[in-house]
Design a protein around this ligand. Structure first.
Ligand code: BTN
Length: 239
């Protein structure tokens, strides 16, 4: 484990480290404060220094092909889901592809960056931002363990227990249990099977999430047909 008091982004730092020293699978880079935390879709990641978990985990899932990349997203999302459900029972949802929500509010963001070698995944940098003890946010769409439970948490204890849950799901994936993982993911997916509005190319559509395809695209039943969307093609409308 590598701790740095401050860095731009633990994902970037771990990527640089992996290029220089070839560290083993399981290596973690963790910081108290990111000055340029990165999120999905080119967004940033804001977290009050010292109050939250911001770290990146190195995986080497050589057993997976590039086409199966989304299975790793599923396994990691479920690892975080397991961790959160043990603290906030019944209220955790996974918002496709890999945000963790409590009710309508985001508590954890995940940024997985895969390095491919031909058809194989050479390495995966799994970046996780989990809101722990922060209790005020600039966005009212964010929450934390502290806000949801009223309790204070020890970041180190929480990290250990989260890593244990991630390992459990990763081992399940490595053991070939991808269908079990998929069905648990779908069971806990935010807004699955419900009629909602989405934004597609600036236009509002109405539809129902029915699942995902092998590449992880979201399957939505709309106007009598099934349509599939990638991350950059669709966003949720918060009604
Ligand atoms: C998202 O929800 O958009 C993903 C956010 C991911 C944030 C984490 S914090 C640790 C790691 N380092 C980064 O720069 N990003 C990820």
């Amino acid at each position: 484990m590598v701790f740095v008091p401050e860095c731009h982004s633990t994902n970037t730092l771990l990527l640089e480290l992996s290029q220089m020293t070839n560290p083993p699978e399981g290596t973690i880079v963790i910081t108290n404060s990111q000055t340029r935390g990165r999120g999905q879709r080119g967004n940033g990641w804001e977290a009050e220094p010292g109050k939250n978990l911001t770290f990146s985990l190195l995986l080497k899932p050589h057993f997976m092909s590039a086409q199966q990349q989304f299975d790793l997203t599923i396994a990691i999302s479920l690892g975080v889901f397991d961790f959160l459900s043990a603290r906030i029972p019944e209220r955790v949802k996974i918002k496709w592809p890999n945000d963790l929500l409590i009710g309508e509010k985001k508590i954890t963001g995940i940024l997985i960056e895969n390095g491919l070698a031909g058809e194989q995944i050479q390495q995966s940098i799994v970046g996780i931002g989990l809101n722990v003890n922060q209790f005020s946010f600039s966005k009212d769409t964010a929450t934390s363990l502290k806000l949801e439970t009223g309790l204070d948490f020890d970041n180190n204890d929480e990290l250990n227990s989260l890593v244990e849950k991630l390992e459990g799901r990763y081992l399940q994936l490595r053991a070939g249990k991808r269908l079990e993982l998929l069905s648990t993911y779908l069971k806990n997916l935010y807004r699955v099977g419900e009629e909602h509005s989405f934004l597609v190319n600036g236009q509002q559509i109405q539809g129902r999430i029915e699942g995902i395809d092998e590449s992880g695209r979201l399957k939505i039943h709309t106007n009598g047909i099934d349509r599939f969307f990638g991350l950059k093609e669709i966003s949720f409308i918060h009604e």
